[in-house]
Each structure stands twice: as structure tokens, then as C-alpha cells.
Design a protein around this ligand. Sequence first.
Ligand SMILES: N=c1c2ncn([C@@H]3O[C@H](COP(=O)(O)OP(=O)(O)OP(=O)(O)O)[C@@H](O)[C@H]3O)c2ncn1[C@@H]1O[C@H](COP(=O)(O)O)[C@@H](O)[C@H]1O
Length: 118
Amino acid sequence: MSPTAEYADILARLADTLESRLPERGGDPRSSYSAGLLARGPDAFLKKIGEEATELVMAAKDGVPERIVSEAADLWFHTLVALTHYKLRPEDVLRELARREGVSGLAEKAARGSGGAP
Ligand SMILES: N=c1c2ncn([C@@H]3O[C@H](COP(=O)(O)OP(=O)(O)OP(=O)(O)O)[C@@H](O)[C@H]3O)c2ncn1[C@@H]1O[C@H](COP(=O)(O)O)[C@@H](O)[C@H]1O
């Protein structure tokens, strides 16, 4: 099995787990880190997203592959917590990426009229 196929369902399964941690589903902050974040609301998990993004930048600057992967996983995880709060699914983001597939970022930018390199 290719690595892509092996991990294909992980985002959906993690999202299912996070939905079970929502306050209205009985998520218990005493036994679940994500239930604690979801109970505290957007200020808590949005702050974590900012922190994890910064940590990813620092790891990338240092160029240590294991740290880059670990920080990227932390960022993805906290982003999934945010999506869960807003009743969105990883599939919604994957659908948007699929929609963009094959559309050059430069062509898309030009169509918006902002033009130029990133
Ligand atoms: N993938 C993750 C995951 N990635 C990171 N983390 C947690 O995210 C936190 C990362 O924050 P930091 O690195 O800043 O560490 P920290 O200083 O301890 O965090 P803070 O106290 O500042 O929030 C750590 O507590 C990690 O354990 C995760 N916690 C949970 N999951 C998944 O979510 C599932 C449900 O977890 P619970 O909700 O805890 O049951 C788990 O089975 C996992 O699959």
C-alpha cells in the first residue's frame, strides 16, 4: 500500500474524534486536550494556531526535517480543531484544494487582477 493510501482516512477519522469532543457532544476537558480547547472557544485554539505556525516557521528556518514534520502536524491538528468548532470538515478543505488542482497560482492571481510573483 502506498503511504498516501495508508493515511488517506486519517484527517476524516481525526475530525470524527474531534467532533466527539465538542461541548454539545459531552466532550470532557478533564480527559481530553481537544475538548478543553473546544470548550474554551476560538480565542484558545486560534492562539494555538498562531503559536504552531510560528513554531513551524522556526523549525523550517533551522531545517531539521523531524521538527518541521512535528510542527506541521501540530499546525494541522489545531487547524482541524478550528474547523470542528466552525462545523467544517477536512473534506471541505480537500475539496477546495481539488478545485484548485492544475490552476496555476500565477494565473489565478492574474485573473483576480493583482498580478505579479508571490
Ligand atoms: N493529533 C493530536 C495532537 N497533536 C498535538 N496535540 C497536542 O497539542 C498540544 C501542542 O501544544 P504544545 O506543543 O504547545 O504543547 P503544550 O505546551 O503542552 O500545549 P499548551 O498547554 O500550551 O496548550 C500538546 O498538548 C499535544 O499533545 C494533539 N492532541 C491530540 N491529537 C489527536 O487528537 C485525538 C484526541 O485527543 P484528546 O482530545 O486529547 O483525547 C488524539 O487521539 C490524537 O489523535
